[in-house]
Design a protein around this ligand. Structure first.
Ligand SMILES: [Zn+2]
Length: 90
């Protein structure tokens, strides 16, 4: 798959990828195709997808590092979160 182009409408993006082997083009949308004009929903959709993907990556990273704790006899991956780490220090 090769990236071909990005078409944007407001905050909505459509990413076009083409496969030279089967000559097919796939379009990845930042929103549901029938609701592309609702900018606010597009923003929320994109944000949630980003957060969900980041969460899955953090979960896999915790599993890879064997950062697991037991809750109700189930192993649950965990990460360390530094609260207020971005706050400037006086
Ligand atoms: Zn293909």
């Amino acid at each position: 798959m090769n990236f071909v182009k990005e078409e944007t409408t407001g905050l909505h993006s459509a990413l076009y990828f083409h496969c030279d082997n089967c000559d097919k083009t796939v379009v990845l949308s930042s929103d549901h195709p029938s609701k592309q004009k609702d900018v606010n929903k597009s923003v929320v959709w994109g944000y949630l997808n980003t957060v969900q993907k980041a969460g899955k990556e953090k979960k896999q990273h915790a599993i890879d590092k064997v950062n697991l704790t037991v809750v109700d006899r189930k192993e649950i991956p965990y990460i360390t979160v530094i609260v207020n780490g971005g706050w400037s220090k006086p």
